[in-house]
Design a protein around this ligand. Structure first.
Ligand SMILES: Cc1ncc(COP(=O)(O)O)c(C=O)c1O
Length: 484
């Protein structure tokens, strides 16, 4: 690599063309290798050693980008691998890598129309398309945000603006405000409420039933208790589905409760809201169209790389009121609704060209491709669930409604909970370090479970059979060593 680099060099089109062609070949070869299992799913690394490796690399001489790319790939977790059954991140449709190349090349933002004409128009189309799948009327509107966390925070801000007794955006906090949410909600709801200044007392966690769904019979009691403490509850959040188990709250019951009590109803569908695209599985979110706002991640069950979330509002005009603010250098009037100036609707100013992913996937593979993906992931979930249920040494935490399966290995009935927790912890550690499978773990009511989220439609029946056998083999060996 030459050392005397001119500022023109990073912009050289010939070098770009050459590296680009080579990189696509590297990625396509890699995709083949992971899809055929010729590559491990996780490159087990010690965090400090990994840091040291990259520190040394950074301080070393300049390198050719292709050799750098190959090293990064080798040091990365392989989400395209059918044996990646871990976190709730999509195995993105590979076409989206080409989308990334294009949108980063263009670097068109979505804050104002003139920074991204196609970007703003496509964002409108994708959010309108998703709103229609939800069952919202044409007056609904939406935007894309960089993630479900930001979408949920934005929804709570909208809820507060609409339902708090005073104008907090203008005058600051006066009342003691609170939100109600299932105790199984994702931590970002708790965090968002704290960012809004609600504090410990402003987050009312409602217990769940055996299926990990919020208990509608306890809602009124919790609301009355909050009122008696001088709290003003302005919002109830429903899980569709919850992070640990993928359980769906009864959205019809929550809608009714919110209407009776004049609360904003937000659905955190970051993970499971995607089922609105499936005729078969949409029943899981029955009543979702009654929500005031809904967050749905494209980067979970909708084949899209992170981050990419739709935040939808039943009444489109709500979207513009949330961040009413003067930014004269961006737009002329803060009050008007201009769908094409996206920054009016969102916390983000410069925002990536997010809409291209879903748009390109739908235009390339058809408007029902998300439905096919959702259906395939749910079918795979049933296969794994059946294997777990049929095996006498495995225990399922809860019958999955979504694509999340939690189970644990119980080699012998004489083990206590502490031993079982430790055994399952060690099983996962060994399994993941072997590079054969990538799964995660979770603790539910004090019990440690192995947690699989089926994100790749290419994960096969044979992969699940192998997973169960491998866990059993590791588990029995560990049982002999650790416990027996
Ligand atoms: C139910 C739920 N809500 C919100 C989030 C946060 O979404 P994101 O990671 O897109 O910020 C998650 C993430 O797993 C989730 O499962």
């Amino acid at each position: 690599m030459k050392e005397h680099i001119k500022i023109e060099d990073p912009y050289d089109s010939k070098a770009f063309r050459k590296i680009g062609h080579e990189l696509i070949d590297v990625l396509a070869n890699h995709l083949e290798a992971v899809q055929t299992g010729a590559h491990s799913v996780y490159p087990h690394k010690n965090p400090n050693k990994e840091l040291e490796f990259w520190q040394n690399d950074f301080n070393d001489e300049l390198s050719h980008p292709l050799s750098l790319f190959k090293t990064i790939i080798a040091h990365s977790t392989q989400l395209q691998h059918p044996k990646y059954i871990g976190h709730q991140s999509a195995s993105p449709a590979p076409i989206t890598s080409l989308v990334a190349l294009m949108v980063d090349f263009l670097n068109n933002g979505t804050g104002v129309f003139e920074m991204g004409p196609a970007s703003n128009a496509m964002e409108r189309i994708i959010t309108d398309f998703t709103a229609k799948k939800v069952g919202y009327h044409a007056s609904a509107s939406g935007l894309l945000t960089s993630g479900g966390t930001l979408a949920n925070l934005t929804a709570l801000l909208a809820a507060r603006r609409e339902k708090a007794p005073s104008a907090i955006w203008q005058n600051g906090h006066k009342e003691n405000l609170a939100v109600m949410v299932s105790e199984e909600a994702h931590y970002c709801i708790d965090r968002s409420a704290r960012i809004l200044g609600l504090g410990d007392k402003g987050i009312i966690k409602v217990p769940v039933d055996k299926a990990f769904k919020i208990r509608p019979d306890l809602l009124q009691k919790h609301l009355e208790e909050a009122k008696s403490k001088g709290l003003h509850v302005f919002c109830i959040v429903g899980c569709a589905g919850s992070t640990a188990t993928g359980s769906y709250d009864d959205l019809n019951a929550l809608a009714k409760f919110s209407k009776t009590n004049n609360l904003w109803f937000h659905v955190d569908g970051a993970h499971g809201g995607a089922v609105v695209f499936s005729k078969t599985h949409k029943k899981l979110v029955s009543g979702i169209e009654k929500a005031d706002s809904i967050a749905i991640d494209f980067h979970k069950m909708l084949m899209t790389p992170a981050l990419n979330t739709a935040l939808l509002f039943k009444r489109g005009s709500d979207i513009y009121k949330t961040f009413a603010q003067k930014a004269q250098y961006l737009w002329d009037t803060p009050e008007t609704e201009e769908w094409y100036n996206s920054a009016k609707k969102t916390f983000e100013c410069t925002k990536r060209f997010l809409s291209a992913n879903a748009y390109v996937i739908l235009k390339t593979y058809g408007k029902d491709i998300f439905e096919k993906n959702i259906d395939a992931l749910h079918e795979s979930t049933q296969i794994l669930t059946k294997l777990v249920l049929e095996h006498p040494k495995f225990e399922l935490a809860v019958l999955p409604e979504s694509n999340i399966v939690n189970f644990r290995f119980i080699p012998h009935s004489n083990l206590n909970e502490l031993e079982l927790n430790n055994l399952n912890l060690q099983i996962r550690k060994e399994l993941v370090e072997s590079g054969q499978f990538y799964i995660v773990q979770t603790t539910i009511k004090g019990k440690r479970y192995l947690r699989c989220t089926i994100m790749n439609p290419l994960t096969s029946n044979a992969d699940f059979v192998e997973l169960i056998h491998t866990i059993e083999k590791i588990g029995l060996t560990l049982y002999d060593v650790l416990i027996k």
